[in-house]
Structure formats: structure tokens, C-alpha cells
Design a binder for this molecule. Structure first.
Ligand code: ZN
Length: 188
């Protein structure tokens, strides 16, 4: 990312919306927006393999592993406005388990990009499946979207839920039911 160019674009944007980029409060805004944007889109530059490689452990267990309430912050690709909430992850390991913090890092890696919630959910599930070669993976994401809360239909409390189930979580009703039960959802 060419930071000088991005700052210049933000300055132009301020002018276009009728602001004075040289007034006291805005003088450093282009630089601040650039920095924040760099962080919020840092997922494009993160190498997931490097991220998780050293945290994959051998395990004989084939129990379901659940991680609830992982915070999610992302930007919708339609409006570049935040959507945020939490996600619940479950998987059944075959021989490899992943450190808990790494599951959260995978979520960060895919959420720090321009996203839609459905794709984000699917990408997180697929990545966990690939890294752990699990028997099955389930991801449920519940988010609020500022683009619908602040503008558009202005639905302040709409919570969007997406899910992605792979392997045994997809094929086996009992496994999926156990997952939904453990993350506190009723079986539909
Ligand atoms: Zn949007």
C-alpha cells in the first residue's frame, strides 16, 4: 500500500464531501485514516500458513472442539463500512489440533479484508479444514452491519447469522446437532 498516495486520496475525499482538510481537527486525518485502513485490510498480507504452522499439534482425540464467542470485526465490501459480532467454531480433529489462539487469528486474517459475511464464514471454515485436515468443521457467525444500521433500511437491531459446515458437520445430522447444541443454538 502506497501510504502517501492513500493519504492524498483521503484528503481529496474530505474536499469532495465539503470539508476543509486544513482545519485543526482534520489536519492529521488523512494519515490516521491511512494507518487504520492499513490495519483493517492487513489480512491481504497475512500468510495463513506461516500463522498457524507452528501451532498445529498431534492429538489422538477425536472429540469435538468448540471455541465460542470469537470477536469479529470486518468491513463490508459494498460500502466499506464495518460489520462486527462474534463467531463460534467447532471441529472434530483427526490427528491434528490447532492452538485456540490460532483459530482466532484465522478469523482475524480473513476478516481484515473487504468482505461479505457469507464468504468470510466459508473462508474461515475452509481454512480450518485445510490446516487441521479435520473430520468436520462448523462455523457460525452473528454480525451487525453498520451499512444497514446507519443508512439504507436503518434496521438497528438486525443480526445476521451465517453458517458454514464441512465434512461430517455437513453429512452427519447428529454431529451437526451436537455442534449447534454446544454453541447454544436450537436445532432447526
Ligand atoms: Zn454494506
Amino acid at each position: 500500500m502506497n501510504k502517501e498516495r492513500v493519504a492524498e486520496l483521503v484528503r481529496e475525499l474530505l474536499l469532495e464531501i465539503g470539508e476543509d482538510p486544513d482545519r485543526e481537527g482534520l489536519r492529521k486525518t488523512p494519515e490516521r485514516v491511512t494507518q487504520s485502513l492499513e490495519f483493517l485490510t492487513s489480512g491481504y498480507c497475512t500468510n495463513v500458513n506461516e500463522l498457524v504452522n507452528k501451532a498445529v499439534f498431534e492429538s489422538q482425540s477425536n472429540n469435538m472442539i468448540i471455541l465460542r464467542d470469537v470477536e469479529v470485526y470486518s468491513l463490508c465490501e459494498h460500502h466499506m463500512l464495518p460489520f462486527f459480532g462474534r463467531c463460534h467454531i467447532g471441529y472434530i480433529a483427526r490427528k491434528k489440533v490447532l492452538g485456540m489462539s490460532k483459530l482466532a487469528r484465522i478469523v482475524d486474517c480473513y476478516s481484515r479484508r473487504l468482505q461479505i459475511q457469507e464468504r468470510l464464514t466459508a473462508e474461515v471454515a475452509r481454512e480450518i479444514m485445510m490446516v487441521t485436515q479435520a473430520e468436520g468443521v462448523g462455523v457460525i457467525m452473528e454480525c451487525r452491519h453498520l451499512c444497514t444500521m446507519m443508512r439504507g433500511v436503518e434496521k438497528q437491531n438486525a443480526l445476521m447469522t451465517t453458517s458454514s459446515v464441512l465434512g461430517s458437520f455437513h453429512n452427519d445430522d447428529a454431529t451437526r446437532a451436537e455442534f449447534l447444541n454446544l454453541v447454544g443454538r436450537r436445532v432447526a
